[in-house]
Ligand binder design. Structure first.
Ligand code: FES
Ligand code: FES
Length: 152
């Protein structure tokens, strides 16, 4: 049994220590906004924040985050999260939507560290977040729009 802090709430989790965090989030806790894509840390669909850092929950054993603060797409808040949500809606970024919670989690972590990212910064941060619908141009524009909102 281990205690997991997710979106500000503590959960007692009965799982093998090596169970991927993603399974615990989706199957045990029921937070299905975090998606399963590749299961191999290659696509970014499963990205969450662990103590504010973007991490691939499919490749993170649940025991590794006991005692840390995990945030999922359902729990993001604050100026960066609001700016990203607004920008995503304004620029109508989403197509099928499958990759987008991962894209947003990576973007919020990026803007928290770097509020005015360049194209290269954006491409560097999001390079591991794959979008099969190829919304990359709108994502990049929305990151700039979110940065503009944060500056305003
Ligand atoms: S499902 Fe985790 S990176 Fe693809
Ligand atoms: S919006 Fe469809 S996979 Fe990215």
């Amino acid at each position: 049994m281990l205690t997991l802090s997710v979106n500000g709430r503590d959960y007692e989790i009965d799982a093998e220590p090596g169970t991927p965090l993603l399974w615990v989030l989706r199957d045990t806790i029921g937070l299905t906004g975090t998606k399963f894509g590749c299961g191999q840390a290659l696509c970014g669909a499963c990205t969450v924040h662990v103590d504010g850092q973007a991490m691939r929950s499919c490749a993170t054993p649940v025991e590794a985050v006991a005692g840390s603060s995990v945030t999922t797409i359902e729990g993001i808040e604050g100026d960066e999260a609001r700016a990203v949500q607004t920008a995503w809606q304004t620029l109508d970024v989403v197509q099928c939507g499958y990759c987008q919670s991962g894209q947003i989690m990576t973007t919020v972590a990026l803007l928290t560290e770097n509020p005015v990212p360049t194209d290269a910064d954006i491409d560097g941060a999001l390079t591991g977040n794959i979008c099969r619908c190829a919304t990359y141009h709108r994502i990049r524009a929305a990151v700039h729009e979110a940065a503009r909102l944060l500056e305003a």
